[in-house]
Design a protein around this ligand. Structure first.
Ligand code: BGC
Length: 724
């Protein structure tokens, strides 16, 4: 599509106040085009004036391309200025072809793969009429109780930044008017993942220094990558809900980072200012949000009912209103909506591009690359010439493995583990036995006997365990993050019956697997792998694919360790003795220790990667000079495999307490059997910066170390000195 020549300033000059306000209102399709009498349910509660509805500028989470076309057609026939509605949606990990959860994509440590998945989602979603996507979510996380950890790439600010920026670029492309590109919206600004005790929507109190060091970088990376929209978060941040937080939006986002795109509230966040107790008046809530630069009000009555009056009363200036409206019109212009309000989306196009074999292949590749082999005492891979395979557990036969927030993906299109193993091993006898439920309150043990029987008679057993896909995601926090129900009991019986058993996990968050780890010789997490999950699982289990994922968020030993994260600051009394030994008067837990069960960066392979050395080309650097790090890795096995080479930095002495290590670079490489490779990274001064007490972003002279390996297993540590 050619670049639009629409004169949006001239258009603005023709708009009435109601028309301008409409551009700043986003309502769902249940409300669009309806009369008061037709508006029911929650929509009625909004108390929206039907006279306003015809001006509404954007909508969210519509029901398919047909609905988009019908609504747009009616609207364009009636809108006197011909300003199209903009259609927005949450396309979090695929549109129809579902790829693994973002936390799993983080575990792939493979930005190219993430770009590929994102392009696939953009192609499908735009064919389905989506023009703006409420993605990426890059909330930094440390607490696995929070259900929305599934939506981000894990507990490392750098990994989150890389993956966030990759998604922004891949969704938006170089030219937003290309109908296969869509606008991205980074969310939830800021620190939504810092919810106290991992309970969704909970209060967030975090020092500015910590915000800047851990929580802000990924949002900033997305802004730097050119993201078109930002969504402030539901939570209060240091006392003020983000949607009305002027420091956050004006000082940080706009002035410091230079963001000048569209700011959209989260669902009814303006209305929630009343629940937060900031005001008891919806009109004042609207004013506060507008003052804090919120351009579009998603699903609250605030702007729709009161923005016009606020302007008429002079409480909001017409210039400020015009600035916000122009931003929305600019987005519509850049998307090419004035030339084609449908952007070429049709049911035929959608059917042609969605769920194609090529897209399924991408989803399978992503599921294979993001699965993490947590433990393997020689059980995996199973031999492919097995005669009888028992798949046991609540995830053995279910197709409900696409994961939470899977847009228009459907369970019926997903390949279950049973289907996947049967596809791979057509000559084997494959039986699936549920054994028990994965629901926390379904405790029946009636299926245990059949499960044990099946295990006894099998050559290989796969225990398919996990949490139901709706136990993670928005509003789904858990206080107990062990396997729900009686799954641990089932596992112990099955493992007693047959040792040639691997645990295959389906989970949207790190789980506490301490009991399972004691008894299972092999554990492979698929997270929620999406449409091709079963095929990917089968190939990994039977060795057609080689696991290469690494833990993107630490798996605690006990829920009491949460929040737990590898890049924590030193204490004045660090633990010195072995993990299992309790030392009074040092910082540690009795009977548990401090380390997670599986830490960030951990993940096994069927290959054997040996880290032979880490060399620095010099042991001093300055603000201008660099250090080249060379890590020599050998694949000391007979199997080709992929490994994530990780580089960690530690600033030994500084004016504020530094993390004991920070990931500053990584690269995923493939090594043939027996191959040795030197991987090099360049370290520069900005990578050594941190926030001092006054929040200046600085580096200080002194000793630093660089290591490879992974968080709890650092290798080849070498020192260097930064000279000032
Ligand atoms: C979520 C957002 C989402 C929005 C629209 C909210 O409840 O917090 O992440 O984009 O709904 O669906």
């Amino acid at each position: 599509m050619a670049k639009s020549t629409k004169d949006i300033k001239a258009l603005l000059a023709e708009m009435t106040l109601e028309e301008k306000v409409g551009q700043l209102v986003q309502l769902n399709t249940a409300l669009l085009g309806k009369s008061t009498a037709e508006i029911t349910g929650p929509a009625q509660k909004l108390g929206v004036d039907p006279a306003q509805l015809k001006y509404v500028g954007s909508t969210l989470n519509f029901h398919g391309v047909e609905e988009m076309i019908a609504l747009q057609e009616t609207h364009m026939a009636e809108d006197r200025l011909g300003i199209p509605i903009c259609f927005m949606m949450d396309v979090i990990h695929g549109y129809r072809t579902i790829y693994p959860l973002p936390i799993a994509l983080g575990a792939s440590f493979d930005p190219d793969l993430v770009a590929k998945c994102t392009r696939m989602a953009a192609k499908e979603a735009t064919a389905g009429g989506v023009q703006v996507n409420f993605t990426p979510m890059v909330d930094y996380v440390r607490d696995a109780r929070w259900g929305r950890v599934m939506e981000c790439c894990g507990e490392d600010p750098y990994l989150n930044s890389v993956m966030g920026a990759v998604q922004v670029k891949a969704f938006q492309g170089d030219d937003l008017s290309d109908p296969e590109n869509m606008a991205a919206c980074v969310k939830h600004f800021a620190a939504y993942g810092g919810a106290e005790a991992g309970r969704d929507y909970n209060t967030v109190e975090i020092s500015e220094r910590l915000l800047r060091e851990y929580y802000f970088p990924a949002y900033k990376a997305c802004v730097d990558a050119g993201v078109r929209m930002v969504m402030p978060s539901f939570n209060s941040l240091n006392g003020v809900p983000s949607i009305a937080n002027k420091w956050l939006i004006e000082d940080v986002l706009k002035k410091e980072w230079g963001f000048d795109g569209v700011i959209i509230s989260d669902y009814n966040a303006i209305g929630e200012l009343l629940k937060h107790g900031i005001t008891d008046d919806m009109k004042e809530a609207a004013r506060l949000a507008f003052e804090a630069y919120c351009d579009i009000d998603m699903m609250s009555p605030g702007y729709c009912k009161f923005l016009g009056d606020l302007v008429r009363e002079g409480k909001i200036s017409e210039e400020a209103l015009d600035r916000a409206v122009l931003k929305v019109l600019q987005l519509k212009k850049d998307l090419g909506l004035f030339e084609d309000p449908y952007r070429g989306a049709t049911p035929e196009k959608e059917a042609a591009v969605c769920l194609t074999p090529e897209h399924r292949a991408i989803a399978r590749e992503a599921a294979e690359s993001s699965a993490v082999l947590l433990k393997n005492e020689g059980v995996l891979p199973f031999k492919k010439d097995v005669k009888r395979v028992a798949l046991i557990g609540p995830f053995a036969a279910t197709q409900a493995i696409k994961g939470f927030w899977a847009c228009n993906g459907e369970d019926k299109d997903c390949i279950s583990v049973e289907m996947g193993v049967k596809n791979l091993l057509p000559d084997a006898e494959v039986i699936a036995v549920e054994g028990c439920s994965a629901e926390w309150n379904e405790l029946s043990r009636e299926g245990f006997a059949a499960a044990v029987e099946a295990a006894k008679n099998a050559d290989a057993v796969v225990l398919c365990l996990g949490e139901p896909q709706n136990y993670c995601g928005e509003g789904n926090s858990r206080a107990d993050i062990r396997l729900p129900g009686v799954q641990e009991e089932l596992a112990s019986l099955v493992l007693a019956a047959n040792k040639n058993t691997a645990v295959l996990l389906f989970n949207g968050r790190p789980l506490v697997l301490t009991e399972i780890d004691k008894i299972a010789p092999a554990i492979l997490t698929m997270w929620f792998p999406g449409t091709e999950g079963g095929n990917a699982a089968a190939r990994l289990l039977f060795g057609d694919a080689n696991p290469s994922g690494k833990v993107s968020m630490s798996f605690p030993k006990a829920v009491g360790q949460c929040p737990i994260y590898y890049n924590h600051p030193n204490t004045g009394r660090p633990k010195r003795k072995a993990e299992e030994i309790h030392e009074t008067y040092t910082s540690n837990y009795i009977g548990c220790g401090n380390l997670p069960l599986y830490s960030f960066g951990h993940g096994l392979s069927y290959s054997n990667f040996v880290y032979e050395s880490l060399e620095l080309d010099t042991d001093t650097m300055t603000d201008e000079s660099t250090i080249t790090v060379t890590i020599r890795v050998k694949n000391d096995s007979a199997r080709k495999g992929r490994e994530v080479i990780q580089l960690y930095m530690h600033d030994l002495y500084a004016s504020t307490v530094r993390p004991i290590q920070s990931l500053i670079a990584f690269e995923k490489i493939e090594l043939d059997a027996g191959e040795t490779r030197d991987v090099t990274f360049t370290v520069t001064e900005p990578q050594l910066r941190f926030y001092d007490f006054n929040c200046n972003h600085i580096s200080e002279a002194g000793e630093f170390t660089l290591s490879t390996g992974y968080a709890d297993h650092l290798l080849h540590t070498k020192s260097f000195w930064l000279k000032k």
